[in-house]
Design a protein around this ligand. Structure first.
Ligand code: ADP
Ligand code: MG
Length: 688
């Protein structure tokens, strides 16, 4: 007799090879087998009459053998003609068979066959059906419940897998299955045991359409539990962090009041709320880990500046990390504007600095003279010694891995507070399932006076109209971005194609100043050009996607994106966010090469219809799936057994409710939920 915790190798006939294959998909013990659910079902619960059989559907029929013959075709075929009591016929065709099989078919015998009904030249047929010779005493094909069809892995056969899972199901009948969820759900949902039994072997009459759509209560029960397990494991991480010690910043207003006075604008409510939330975190003795989400242009920078001021007023350093040199340089400029008048010293660190520049910055960082340190990945390097690091601000979350975040955090004595800014809003279902270990502040309000960006999609063969529009915009003294998105394999080719476009635009836009910027240029060239563009000396800036994030030139009011159909939604939205930052109404022209794929049409339509980053992020999630958006290994989200956060987003409120309930249960109960569902942590099972 088996136990659910037994290794699968204890099943008779399941050898090391199959074990390895099953381990690879997270199945180590019998209990795990229970969670390998069918992806469809066959109905062998009743016999179908031939006159009711539907072509294209599977049916179980019971008929009489009339005649057996081998077809005289070049490829041998065994033909077995069957009929019912009304002389309706069905032909069985076997393309592979042996003589024993042939001899076993006897005229007037009764046979049960299960397979897809096809239509042949002379009427109904079945090819290679599953069959039993009833007259010869072979067991009936009739089943009491629907028959599961399991997703296969490796070269394991359906019949083997079904047998092994049935052993697990038999074991389940006789063993207790810890089900803490059941108590919480208080009979509003089936027990785990019932849900599993229903899904492996639904009774006839069970709503299969619902099951096919993953909306059956038994599935919802499992989906909620699985999402709960993921959320719970993240919430536990969060609680662990909350037990760590960090520096308490006493909230002071000396510097921030001065900054507020000099600002020249009023903070939005959303900005003020975010600042308050941050202040609450950093004035507690535990490390902050807060995600600051806000659409492009919503004003995240100033919120981060206020957090930095608190670090400075408390005698700590703050590090700001950006994903690219251009962005780091922009932050240097932006932060300097705010902080220089307050007499705060800023250091700057990037990979392209020469040795003497670098060592000068390193000295100022180490001595503590520099209070604010802005840079790229260069901030992680071992040679960087902070004097008293208290706060880390990371811009553009998606470009950094979790490990990079951690290694910067290790450079401080106490775990520093961390603020992660992202301009790619994250759909709620994702926040709850994969970022539940972070706290989150949302800037859901743009500074006043912004005009919404009008977005138009135009086929490339209407380039003339685009050129006309550019001329008009430049006559009005506004500026234009022209983004080349050709996705070539090499930066050389990318630069070359941008160079060609640059040439072309210079020709057709004579009299206007057209400049080029791309990733192959050195840093000085790039920042010189950006400087000229910002100063209004350049009318049209031809760029590769290097300008994707962060760049702020309020006078630019037209953006043209070439080959926009090749880019993802989030990236297009980011690019578009470079305009609409000033007082003038802005336009974004999405040029595309016909014909558009259905997916590309949907992307461009979405952008035309909305400027709302959260709506766009949700659509992006639907079109690309969470694995592509987040990267799979980081999150484990692609390894879920039954849940799918896109499809099941509507269950999130229940997930949250139950996760919070689980947090009140004891440690063992929490852990048993987590280990039941998160089995891809392979180290867990090495000894079983
Ligand atoms: P993002 O969220 O994309 O990082 P930024 O912080 O770069 O946005 O801000 C975009 C622009 O909006 C900047 O020029 C900034 O000075 C301006 N800004 C920020 N907050 C406000 C506000 N409350 N009122 C007016 N302008 C603001
Ligand atoms: Mg920004």
């Amino acid at each position: 007799m088996h136990d659910l915790s037994d290794s699968i190798i204890s099943i008779n006939g399941l050898g090391p090879k199959a074990q390895e294959k099953l381990n690879a998909i997270g199945i180590y013990n019998l209990e795990h087998l229970l969670f390998h659910l069918p992806h469809r079902y066959q109905n062998k619960t009743r016999l179908t009459k031939l006159n009711q059989a539907q072509v294209g559907e599977e049916a179980l029929v019971e008929l009489t053998i009339e005649r057996i013959e081998e077809a005289p075709t070049r490829q041998r075929q065994l033909l077995c003609y069957l009929s019912d009591e009304h002389d309706r016929t069905l032909l069985l065709r076997f393309f592979h068979f042996n003589q024993y099989q042939k001899q076993n078919f006897t005229r007037r015998d009764t046979v049960q066959c299960f397979g897809e009904i096809k239509i042949g030249r002379d009427g109904l047929e079945m090819h290679h059906p599953e069959y039993r010779l009833i007259t010869k005493g072979q067991p009936n094909l009739l089943e009491k419940t629907l028959s599961p069809i399991y997703p296969l892995t490796g070269n394991i056969h359906q019949a083997q897998l079904k047998k092994w899972i049935d052993i697990a199901l038999e074991t389940l009948k006789k063993s207790p299955l810890s089900d803490n969820f059941e108590n919480l759900a208080k009979n509003s949902m089936p027990s785990l045991k019932q849900a599993l039994e229903t899904l492996h072997h639904p009774k006839e009459g069970e709503n299969l359409d619902q099951i096919a759509e993953f909306r059956h209560i038994s599935q919802q029960r499992l989906i909620i539990e699985e999402l709960c397990a993921h959320q719970l494991s993240l919430l536990k991480l969060k609680n662990e962090r909350k037990r760590k010690i960090s520096n308490i910043f006493e909230i002071k207003t000396h510097l921030s009041d001065r900054l507020l006075n000099d600002l020249g604008f009023k903070l939005t409510n959303a900005q003020r709320r975010s600042i308050d939330e941050i202040n609450t975190d950093i004035s507690s003795p535990h490390p902050m880990l807060r995600l600051l989400q806000g659409d492009v242009g919503s004003g995240k920078t100033i919120v981060a500046v206020f957090a930095c001021l608190q670090a400075v007023e408390n005698g700590f350093q703050a590090a700001i990390m950006a994903p690219t040199e251009i962005l780091a340089a922009q932050h240097l400029q932006g932060f300097s504007n705010y902080l220089a008048p307050l007499g705060i010293d800023i250091a700057f660190l990037t990979g392209s600095q020469n040795t003497s520049q670098r060592s000068e910055q390193l000295d100022r960082i180490k001595s503590g003279q520099a209070k604010i340190i802005i840079g790229t990945h260069a901030l992680f390097q071992e040679s960087v010694n902070f004097n008293k690091l208290g706060l880390i601000v990371i811009d553009e979350q998606h470009k950094f891995g979790v490990h990079q975040r951690l290694s910067l955090a290790q450079k401080a004595q106490n775990t520093p507070h961390q603020l992660v800014m992202t301009a790619t809003p994250i759909p709620r279902s994702l926040t709850m399932s994969t970022y539940a270990d972070l706290d989150s502040s949302i800037i859901d309000e743009l500074p006043p006076g912004r005009k919404p960006i009008k977005t138009i999609a135009i086929s490339t063969n209407r380039k003339d109209e685009v050129i006309k529009k550019i001329k008009q915009v430049c006559t009005d003294n506004n500026q234009v971005y022209w983004v080349c998105t050709l996705i070539e394999e090499s930066e050389v080719l990318r630069a070359e194609s941008a160079t060609n476009t640059h040439q072309y635009l210079q020709d057709v836009l004579s009299g206007l100043s057209v400049a080029l910027i791309h990733g192959r240029m050195n840093k000085d060239e790039k920042s010189k050009i950006m400087g000229h563009f910002l100063a209004g000396k350049i009318n049209v800036l031809v760029a590769t996607t290097v300008i994707e994030v962060g760049v702020n030139v309020p006078n630019a009011s037209l953006m043209v994106i070439e080959n926009s159909e090749r880019l993802g939604l989030a990236q297009l939205h980011q690019l578009r966010g470079r305009v609409g930052r000033g007082k003038d109404a802005s336009i974004c022209i999405l040029m595309y090469q016909s014909p558009l794929s259905a997916n590309a049409t949907e992307r461009l339509d979405t952008l035309r219809q909305t400027n709302d980053g959260f709506k766009i992020a949700q659509k992006d999630l639907e079109l690309r799936g969470p694995g592509e958006i987040l990267g799979t290994q980081q999150t484990g989200i692609a390894n879920m057994k039954i849940a799918n956060i896109v499809r099941d987003g509507y269950l999130m409120n229940q997930v949250r409710y139950y996760s919070e309930q689980f947090l009140n249960l004891d440690e063992n109960q929490q852990q048993s939920l987590i280990t039941r569902w998160i089995t891809d942590d392979k180290t867990q099972y090495v000894n079983t």
